[in-house]
Write a protein that binds this ligand. Sequence first.
Ligand SMILES: [Zn+2]
Length: 67
Amino acid sequence: MKEYTEDDIGQKFTIVTPEGTYIEQEIVRYTCFVCGESMIGTIRSAGGFAAAHKIYHEEELQLARLG
Ligand SMILES: [Zn+2]
């Protein structure tokens, strides 16, 4: 599995996984605006990262309200 670095941002790769072949995937950097964590990877994985952070931070916020 390829490890993406700063140098790969903006480049496109075709990625073969057991789930399928992802053609010409653009590599992006995504930073969570809530906690500042960031990642470099495909838009697909950035979407998963963004969604996970969104759910986590919303949950955190709700727990804080209850507490
Ligand atoms: Zn976050």
